[in-house]
Design a protein around this ligand. Sequence first.
Ligand code: ARG
Length: 484
Amino acid sequence: MKKNTRSAAKKNPVQKEPVSSKGKSVLWAGRLSEKPEAQAFAFQSSINIDKRLVFDDIAGSKAHAAMLGKQGIIPKDSASKIVKELDRIAVEIKSGATLTIDTSSEDIHSFLEAILTERLGDAGKMVHAGRSRNDQVAVDFRLYLKRKVPRLQAELSAATIVLLDIAQLHVTSIMPGYTHLQRAQPVTLGFHLTAWCAALERDFSRFNSALARLDECPLGSGALAGSTLPLDRKATAQNLGFSRPTLNAMDAVADRDFVLELSSVCAITMTHLSRFCEDIVLWASEEFKFIDLAESWSTGSSIMPQKKNPDFAELIRGKSARTVGNLVTLFTLLKGLPYAYNKDLQEDKESLFDSIDTLSVCLRMFAGMMKSAGFNLKRMKASCSGGFLEATDTAEYLVRKGMPFRAAHETAALIVRDCIEAGQKHIADRTIGELKNKSKLFEEDIYKAITPAACVKARDLPGGPAPKEVRRQIKTLRKKLQAR
Ligand code: ARG
């Protein structure tokens, strides 16, 4: 008997204070008799990533503790001690002088609970009643995004406003519009930039709808199946500024749709910026020479003395790749996960944080680069001449005079061929006699109808490039960006 007892005791030595490999208290060590292996503990620790959630974790714990006190689950004075101490901890961490986050802890949740317990003793040990780190991390992440995404939207809206302001100045600045990167029809710089802004405004509203969907509080969902304690879920949801508690506890701890959605909106917005930057890189080339990037927003070459490179546009285009990669990471992370919580989910934060950071800095860089850029309006206008960009307008001229469109298209195409054969660069280089030879419908007014400015002005349908219409589009977008 004695022998047996001794060997059992040796196998399961009772540790009074469960500790991590570094001697820190861990939340779950009661079950395990052995200290975690140092490397293994470090491997599964997430504090270097989730320390960003520190103030959200504090907010969540304050709401939870206050509710526990109100519901009589823990003594009222313990609840208020916890709330006060959490406030103090927040101040100390903000100051950085009195308390720093100990990155040898397992995660931000463990770190804060350990500090509370160290300072409050038993009261600190009460805070986790009716809670799991599974609903805790879900609430923290949502709170973080509720704070952070509106700031990202402000940067998005600031970048859009920079573009709208430039667009407004250039509603009559003629430039070629392209399809297949071939000159297609005359448009204006204002119209082109407003096209970009329409895309960015949709991204802005995508953030709004993602925020609206994540506006539910997971607290009270516990590990996966709620709690036997009489938690007041509505109270914590309300206290934290959520519209309502989540519907189903298992869903609440397993769900990372909100991460996918926001990662996707970041990737979509970055894809937009990337396409704009591709235009800019082209426009900055000697071949186009439409844009003159500020020297302070350009770089040189270490070997070629003449170079002025659009590195910032290129890098924004390049960085869009990582946001797409992050989205794929998240989909891959989630697709095979059984319900409910799995430690895999810990990988979700790094990806989304990176996408948010990337988008944030790229929006600021993009706005700065655009604000300081100059445009070569002469060159843009000249590029509208010589490529027969007025051919569609010529066909539509004939349609207005009664010709079926297919016949008008063919007539205009034949005129273009005649011009090319004769070494002429514009349809207007043909005499009225030559034009009438192709169709009796041509009259002198054709020459006025097909100048680049006339082509643009006549395209005044809603959505078109006519200056008046683009001014209306700009106004609409400005209004939409204000209405949040
Ligand atoms: N660090 C963890 C995460 O980010 C917190 C949740 C841990 N939950 C657990 N059951 N181990 O997901």
